[in-house]
Design a binder for this molecule. Structure first.
Ligand code: ME8
Length: 538
């Protein structure tokens, strides 16, 4: 089914601390996905934001001796600044302390309660206050006892006996299983789908959705019992709908919701798979709402020892023997927005994990951008300035389109084809692989033909111009194919390669679209090589 519109989201990030490279990874990935859709002319809405309620935020505010809202304001601004530094083009930024969001959560809770899908029951078991999660005896025993099964090295658990409100999640287990099995609700990649189906096989319990105000006050109060606030995840998940006008009385808002829901892709990390692939769809079923089309759970950025980068184990606390993990500010300072985006967008295939350090980022950026795209653009435009007076010579009639020449054209076409296929594949690494092959094909072609030698004789000059023209035309398509990843450099490169006026993918993606006589720009130095001395010492 052709996509006529595309609604993509990131998780909303906790504001208990400043953003790190893991958050930047998801934001850039979702931004690049939005960018490819926009490039193809598909109407796109890209939502991100911050998750501001709950224990983590309340505790961090207490530790810093500030009011929770003040901490939220400060941290939300850091997340917003990071998006700007990364050149992320989100259409909206939702904060769960905004009235437009809390009003929706209150209405949803009241409705679920009125429908009988939320009920009061006695609870006795374990609770991890820091993770804000209830655990069964079995969970805690399997872990060894006394510690939080999720983060045993960090948190203990406490024994609780109290009344709580529950969501009848178990009631929707069969429908959920079917929706996942049939891909009506796609969980991607396949191994994550199997993980969720495995989880469902063990039997789905009901979900505790209330938190006693005596322990946790920083949340949305339950509208039917003010001794409690809402569990932070139930609150947070509804951001995907509150931000597009869900349950709004206003007609225009109502229409906005109808236009964008269901979401096409929730991009998340695999750490929050269950909440998105089990809690969220069952809550939507209870509300009689359509399910998102896909949850895409990517892997983790790891340090050189395989440890997950996180807020509690972040840059700066590097254990002995672990290479220093670059901070997101450090990456941006050294590699700029485009270099950082390139590393993040190409870091891993969704589904895999990847370890990274300064050297890995430097090599990737130097190989692909400085030596690859950047050097090719620079060399070709220099040759064009010398041999073609800085004007595009046209592809020319050439009876002898040799194998390497044809490969140059085919590789460029394959790269823009990968862009056309993007709404189906959502695979940034496939586009990047095609672009790398295209750059290699140009390099081989130049090596075979040696235009720098051809230009030295009158007989050789026409052939040199054809070689330069085919290479430039191919490069133009390759640049177009990576535009969503490299928004800053693309604008310069596009003009240097002779394109003017508004961007038009359908026209510009044709090999041969650049007219003969188009004026080329000066050779740009888009991606200077990053030397080892630019990397902060450990
Ligand atoms: O979970 N590698 O917020 P959060 C890759 N508020 N991505 C990473 C990462 C890493 N090492 N570390 C974090 C929350 N991420 C909730 C979400 S949504 C309704 C509520 C990314 O601040 C990844 O996307 O802990 C992960 O899922 C998210 O940050 C967790 O961010």
């Amino acid at each position: 089914m052709p996509n006529t519109r595309f609604y993509v989201t990131t998780p909303i990030y906790y504001v208990n601390d400043r953003p790190h490279t893991g958050h930047a990874y998801t934001s850039v990935l979702a931004d690049v996905m939005a960018g490819y859709h926009r490039l193809l002319g598909i109407d796109t809405w890209f939502l991100t934001g911050t998750d501001e309620h709950g224990q983590k935020v309340q505790d961090s505010a207490a530790e810093r001796d500030v009011a929770p809202q003040a901490l939220c304001d400060e941290m939300a601004a850091h997340f917003g600044d990071l998006l700007e530094r990364l050149r992320v083009r989100n259409d909206d930024f939702v904060r769960t302390t905004e009235p437009r969001h809390t009003a929706v959560v209150t209405q949803v809770l009241a409705e679920l309660h009125a429908r009988g899908d939320v009920y009061l029951d006695h609870y006795e078991g374990w609770y991890c206050a820091r993770c804000e999660r209830y655990w069964t005896d079995r969970d805690v025993e399997e872990q060894g006892g006394g510690r939080c099964p999720d983060q045993p090295e960090l948190h203990g658990v406490e024994r609780l006996a109290e009344e709580n409100y529950y969501f009848r999640m178990s009631k929707y287990a069969d429908r959920l299983r079917e929706a996942i099995e049939t891909d009506v609700f796609r969980v991607h990649p396949e191994k994550r789908k199997n993980e969720v189906l495995g989880f469902l096989k063990k039997g789905l319990t009901d979900l505790c959705i209330s938190r006693n105000r005596e322990r946790l006050s920083w949340g949305v109060p339950l509208p039917f019992d003010d001794k409690y606030v809402c569990y932070v995840w139930v609150d947070a998940l509804f951001n995907y709908k509150s931000a597009i006008g869900y349950l709004a009385a206003d007609d225009a808002e109502h229409e906005r919701h109808a236009r964008w829901w269901p979401a096409d892709v929730h991009v998340i990390g695999k750490d929050i798979l269950t909440t998105h692939a089990v809690y969220w769809p069952t809550l939507l079923m209870a509300m009689g709402e359509a399910l998102p089309r896909m949850v895409l759970a990517h892997g983790w950025l790891l340090d050189s020892r395989g440890g997950k980068l996180s807020k509690t184990k972040r840059e700066g606390d590097d254990a002995e023997g672990v290479l220093p993990v670059p901070t997101i500010d450090g990456l941006l300072d050294v590699f700029g927005a485009d270099g950082t985006r390139w590393f993040l967008a190409t870091a891993m295939k969704p589904g895999d994990d990847t370890a990274f350090d300064w050297t890995i980022v430097r090599e990737r950026v130097n190989t692909d951008l400085a030596n690859g795209l950047g050097n090719t653009a620079n060399r070709l435009l220099k040759m064009a300035a010398g041999a073609c007076d800085g004007v595009f010579p046209g592809l020319g009639e050439d009876d002898d389109v040799g194998e390497t020449q044809e490969r140059v054209r085919a590789a460029a076409v394959a790269a823009v084809d990968a862009v056309r296929a993007f709404p189906e594949t959502l695979d940034v690494t496939a586009v990047v692989a095609a672009v790398r092959s295209g750059v290699a094909a140009i390099s081989l072609f130049l090596q075979d033909e040696k235009p720098w030698k051809l230009v030295k004789t009158d007989d050789g000059l026409p052939r040199a111009r054809i070689v330069i023209a085919w290479s430039l035309e191919s490069l133009r398509l390759l640049a177009l194919a990576v535009h969503p990843i490299l928004p800053e450099s693309f604008a310069t490169l596009r003009t240097a390669l002779g394109m003017t006026g508004d961007l038009d993918f359908a026209r510009e993606s044709q090999f041969g679209a650049l007219p003969e006589g188009a004026r080329l720009g000066a050779p740009p130095n888009l991606f200077p090589r990053i030397g080892a001395d630019a990397i902060p010492s450990a």
